[in-house]
Every structure is written in structure tokens, then in C-alpha cells.
Design a protein around this ligand. Structure first.
Ligand code: GCO
Length: 479
């Protein structure tokens, strides 16, 4: 049996990367008891002022990777190496958003989308990752932000969505402590330039994916395959988040700040729940606890099933005095990227109990969103306001096209669960669908399409799919 190497189904095992998904396809799995559902809302209702948006990221949509002084990023390097990206796609032209941003923002207006989450490409701002500011990079994002404000669209600005300047990687990347300070300097530059903008800021997007898939694993840039570097990348990204949050506070910028974590409920399959608890530490608490509680969980690293099999002493040495206080600098917002759930058997392996999407790592269970949001409320007393910063599904590869009923059903069922969580008292204030446009889907290149809007990558024509029209009507009806 062949099984695709999927970016969110890697476990770190004994210095090697074990593909749990290969086992998942064979293992019998019984779905857990259904989540108690309470009254099903006839149509989801959302509070006044709820933020509705769509999301993208710089490397996935911008293209123009060599213009206006932009330096190379780790994704330019990684994509240029044969075999890394399906179809040999690179970041150019992606969705050509760097040149088409204005008409893209007009399309947001046409669709009635009130908020837009995008990311800033660090190598446009500091082409080598440190030192002087490239003014043309700043100017681009100023134009973009002003274009949004002119159209009455709220900007949600991610400072780092995986496009690390290559020279920083050459010096160790996120495995090196110095990168955290470099990130804080870069964040300070961007925040100063846009300090007057009433934006939602997100420091780092999915530190887990970078650490586990790019450093411990090999499927994302920089593709190191080094589990110890993976956990170092966890700590240094979280430190970078804390330092950038402090820089934001010091700058007096208006707006609010947090980070975006990809979280997923972890359910046990079978009698023993212990392996699932350990996987929960690896997948969720390794990120939530330091940010919201100021401590790392004690069950994420070790020799047991489901744990990260890395050198615990080496990891402990990375955590210097004061780091956890920095990392837990209070945030205004927690961004949650929600795609699905993990089912863990008694051996600590990931198994499938719910339908998967064309992205094999995505196991779809909408009620998991409710479970996740209520769990965050219960386990983290200092939980800030929550925004769902990503949620979506790729096109069905057997029926690609503009009639994306499966995406509509995915979004509808997840919004229903989001509304349930709000009714249950979760302070959820916003929702961003992933993604606005079909784009460069990392190792899947241009072949896996996550957009509400179809992009013809030959002509760059944009055509809203049925889901874009549905989302537009939903926002109008609730707003
Ligand atoms: C992420 C990513 C997106 C992906 C999306 C679909 O944060 O994981 O933000 O870049 O494209 O998740 O895989």
C-alpha cells in the first residue's frame, strides 16, 4: 500500500520520523461516542460585531519573489529543489497577488467580506533577515493596508507565515536562539510602520507545523529531518512570539496581538487513554501551556508511545531563565487554525475514524471544533479572545470545479459548531475561512486547491466558487 507523506501526520520517533499515517490506513478504528450536541441551532447565530474574513499567506499568493528588493526565503530554496513540490511549482507566480492586490481587494468588496487575513513576507522587509529596512517592502504592505481600510475591510496581519529569510536559515534558522531576536527586530519594524492601523496582529502562524514538519520532518522547508532541531524550533518560535509581543506593546501600536496555533482535539480509540493524552501534549499543550500558563507540559517529551522521542535534557537547556515569562506575555487574541481531529490508538498511533479530505492529514469532524473551543475555555483561565484564523477544506480532486458543495457543507457545519461554542460561553469573536484564493499549497504545489475563489494559474483569472457566494450570503444574513 502506498500512502502519501502528509504534513500533519508525522510523529517524531527515536530520532527518525515515523509516518503514523501509513499505519492509520490499516488500523481498525471505532469512532468515539458522539459529542453531546444539545439543541441544534436552526441556523447559526453570531453576536453583533463578529468578524468575518478570509485568509491567505504571503508565500502562497504573492509571487513576484525577486522584485522590489525581496530576498530569498527558505521556501524559495526548498521549492527550487526537484522533488519537493508536486508538479515542480514554486512561489512564482503563485496567485500573482503582489501585482493584483488591488483587484483582489475589489473582489473582497464584491463578495462582501469584511476582514482579510494576510501575512507580511519578512524577506521583503529585511532581505537578509536582519539589518536595514527595504522601504519598497514596507510600501507594498502600506498600500495593501490602506487599500483595505479604504474599502472598509479589517486587516488581520500575520508577521510570520513560514517564509524565513534564507540567510537566517544558513545561521541555524529556528533551531538557533538568535533567530528569535531577529524576529523581534523585524516585528518592531513592521509594527512601527503600521502602528496607526487598527489591525489584528498575529506574530507566528502554526509554530507546530514549522517545527515538526520542516525541522523534525522533511516535507516542509527547510526539510532538516532532525527531531532535536524540531523542539528547538518550538522554543525559539515561541520566544520570538513573546519578544515580538513585547515590541508591539512598547511601540504603542493600536490594535491587538496574539499568535495563530493549529490545534486539534485528540481522542483515544480503544481502552487506554494515556497515549492520546501524551499526543495531546505534543499537538496542543506544547504550545498552549507556555503561551497561556508560562510552563511546558511535562508529558510531551519522553520514551513512551505518543511522546516526542528527543533529548529532554537538551531541550531543558534551551529554556533560559525568563524565557517562559517572555513567552507568556499576555496576548489580546488567540488565533485557532482548525482543520480536524486526531484519533490515537493504544500504541500512540494516529488512526482514521472520520472521513478525510483530499489532504490525507485532515480528518473531518466538525463537533471537534466545539470540543476544542470549550476545552480552551475550561483549561486556560487567562484565555484571551479567540478568533478562528483558518478553517477550510481542499477541493475534491475527483470533482474539481466551481460547484464545491463539499466545501459549503464543511463551512456550514463548522460555523454551526462555532455558534454552539459561543452559546456555551466561549468568547469567540471572529472566523476566517482558509482560503480566499486557490494558491501555492506548500508541498502540494498548485494542485491542491483550498480557495473559495478559483484561480486559473495560466491566466490568473479569478472566479468565485459556489462556496464564495454561499459565504457571502451567510455573512450578509448574520451581519
Ligand atoms: C496553515 C497554513 C496554510 C495552509 C492550510 C491548508 O497555516 O496551515 O496556514 O498555509 O495552506 O492550512 O493546508
Amino acid at each position: 500500500m502506498t500512502h502519501p507523506i502528509d504534513r500533519r501526520t508525522v510523529l517524531l520517533g527515536g530520532g527518525a520520523v515515523v509516518l503514523a499515517s501509513a499505519l492509520a490506513a490499516c488500523a481498525p478504528a471505532r469512532p468515539p461516542e458522539p459529542t453531546p450536541s444539545g439543541p441544534t441551532p436552526s441556523g447559526p447565530t453570531f453576536p453583533r460585531g463578529f468578524t468575518w474574513g478570509v485568509a491567505t499567506s504571503a508565500f502562497q499568493v504573492e509571487g513576484s519573489t525577486t522584485v522590489d528588493g525581496r530576498g530569498p526565503s527558505i521556501w524559495d530554496t526548498f521549492a527550487a529543489e526537484p522533488g519537493h513540490i508536486d508538479g515542480g511549482a514554486t512561489g512564482d507566480p503563485a496567485a500573482d497577488h503582489y501585482r493584483r492586490w488591488s483587484s483582489d481587494l475589489d473582489l473582497l468588496v464584491t463578495l462582501g467580506i469584511p476582514a482579510y487575513r494576510f501575512s507580511v513576507a519578512w524577506p521583503r522587509i529585511q532581505p537578509t533577515g536582519s539589518g536595514a529596512t527595504n522601504q519598497r517592502g514596507i510600501d507594498f504592505y502600506r498600500r495593501l493596508v490602506d487599500g483595505l481600510l479604504d474599502r472598509g475591510i479589517h486587516p488581520a496581519i500575520t508577521l510570520y507565515h513560514w517564509d524565513l529569510p534564507q540567510p537566517l536559515q544558513d545561521a541555524g534558522g529556528w533551531a538557533a536562539r538568535d533567530t528569535a531576536q531577529r524576529f523581534a527586530d523585524y516585528a518592531g519594524i513592521v509594527v512601527d510602520a503600521l502602528h496607526d492601523v487598527d489591525a489584528t496582529w498575529l506574530t507566528i502562524n502554526e509554530p507546530k507545523t514549522t517545527a515538526y514538519v520542516g525541522y523534525a520532518g522533511t516535507e516542509h522547508a527547510p526539510g532538516l529531518g532532525d527531531p532535536d532541531a524540531g523542539v528547538a524550533a518550538v522554543h525559539h518560535q515561541l520566544l520570538a512570539h513573546g519578544l515580538a509581543t513585547q515590541a508591539f506593546r512598547a511601540s504603542g501600536a493600536v490594535g491587538r496581538i496574539g499568535l495563530a496555533l493549529n490545534l486539534l482535539p485528540v481522542y483515544p480509540v480503544g481502552a487506554s487513554t494515556k497515549p492520546a493524552t501524551r499526543v495531546d501534549a505534543v499537538e496542543n499543550r506544547m504550545f498552549l501551556d507556555p503561551v497561556l500558563l508560562g510552563s511546558y507540559p511535562d508529558d510531551a517529551i519522553g520514551d513512551l508511545n505518543g511522546q516526542l522521542h528527543v533529548d529532554a535534557a537538551r531541550f531543558a537547556d534551551l529554556v533560559q531563565d525568563g524565557d517562559l515569562a517572555t513567552i507568556s506575555t499576555p496576548c489580546d487574541v488567540l488565533g485557532v487554525n482548525y482543520y480536524g481531529v486526531a484519533m490515537i490508538d493504544e500504541r500512540g498511533d494516529y488512526v482514521n475514524a472520520y472521513p478525510t479530505s483530499a489532504a490525507g492529514w485532515q480528518q473531518i469532524h466538525a463537533a471537534g471544533l466545539y470540543d476544542l473551543l470549550t476545552r480552551l475555555r475550561d483549561d486556560y483561565p487567562n484565555l484571551p479572545v479567540v478568533h478562528i484564523t483558518e478553517n477550510g477544506i481542499p477541493d475534491d480532486e475527483t470533482h474539481p470545479g466551481l460547484e464545491d458543495d463539499a466545501r459549503i457543507e464543511f463551512l456550514r457545519s463548522h460555523l454551526e459548531q462555532a455558534a454552539r461554542a459561543i452559546e456555551a460561553g466561549v468568547d469567540l469573536r471572529g472566523y476566517y475561512a482558509w482560503s480566499f484564493l486557490d494558491n501555492f499549497e506548500w508541498a502540494r504545489g498548485l494542485r491542491q486547491r483550498w480557495g473559495l475563489v478559483n484561480v486559473d494559474f495560466t491566466t490568473q483569472a479569478r472566479t468565485p466558487k459556489s462556496s464564495a457566494h454561499w459565504y457571502s450570503r451567510t455573512i450578509a444574513a448574520t451581519g
